[in-house]
Design a binder for this molecule. Structure first.
Ligand SMILES: O=C(O)CCC(=O)C(=O)O
Ligand SMILES: [Fe+2]
Length: 206
């Protein structure tokens, strides 16, 4: 098992791990901005939605759920992801998740018809293990995410593997233990093309 501190992992095709994607100052500024906004409290964990609201029950997102352009403090990171060619378009949807120690997220594949191929998660504050489980085989691969790192899921990593965060207070990785503190993650995505097309159609004159 590798420690991901300095490694760009490619154990799962389509997965990239990029440590230290943002500086410590950027990290602290982002967290401060996040904590100035309103959290939604309807799930077990607190969330914020930007760009488009995602409906967890219906597993859908559509133009009527447009919340407006990303605010500048998110757009600057979204633009950087595009400028660094981590994805081919500037992301138009961001979900911020907050996990207290002991909280997690169930194994899932991000809604394939809602979002495009690239899913990016930027980790803030705490380490945590993200568990990858193959959709058709029993294979499981834990990946340790450090604060300020990016995990990028495309292709097989996005569609053939579920990802989740086990709900626990301490992660064991190799022979080390990592005690969780509050973790905040920022997930950057593009809503899928047909939905973007229908927005364009709404504004077409003929
Ligand atoms: O917290 C994370 O890094 C991942 C969140 C996630 O998987 C999601 O919002 O779909
Ligand atoms: Fe996800």
């Amino acid at each position: 098992m590798q420690n991901n501190r300095d490694t760009e992992l490619t154990q799962i095709p389509g997965m990239k791990y990029i440590p230290d994607y943002i500086t410590e100052d950027e990290h602290d500024n982002l967290l401060e901005m996040i904590d100035r906004q309103t959290w939604l409290e309807d799930l077990k964990r607190r969330v914020q939605h930007y760009g488009y609201k995602y409906d967890y029950k219906k597993r859908s997102v559509n133009p009527s759920m447009y919340l407006g352009e990303l605010p500048e403090w998110l757009l600057s990171i979204a633009r950087r992801l595009y400028d660094n060619r981590i994805l081919g378009k500037i992301p138009d949807q961001v979900i911020i998740n907050e996990y207290q120690p002991g909280q997690g997220i169930a194994d899932h594949v991000d809604c394939p018809r809602c979002f495009e191929n690239t899913i990016i998660s930027l980790s803030l504050v705490s380490t945590c293990i993200m568990q990858f489980s193959h959709v058709t085989t029993p294979e499981k691969i834990p990946i340790l995410l450090y604060p300020r790192s990016l995990i990028v899921l495309q292709g097989q990593a996005r569609y053939q593997w579920k990802h989740g965060i086990p709900a626990r207070k301490i992660d064991k990785y190799g022979c080390r233990e990592f005690v969780r503190t509050r973790r905040v993650s920022m997930t950057f995505r593009n809503i899928s093309q047909p939905q973007n097309t229908s927005i364009r159609q709404l504004f077409q004159t003929k």
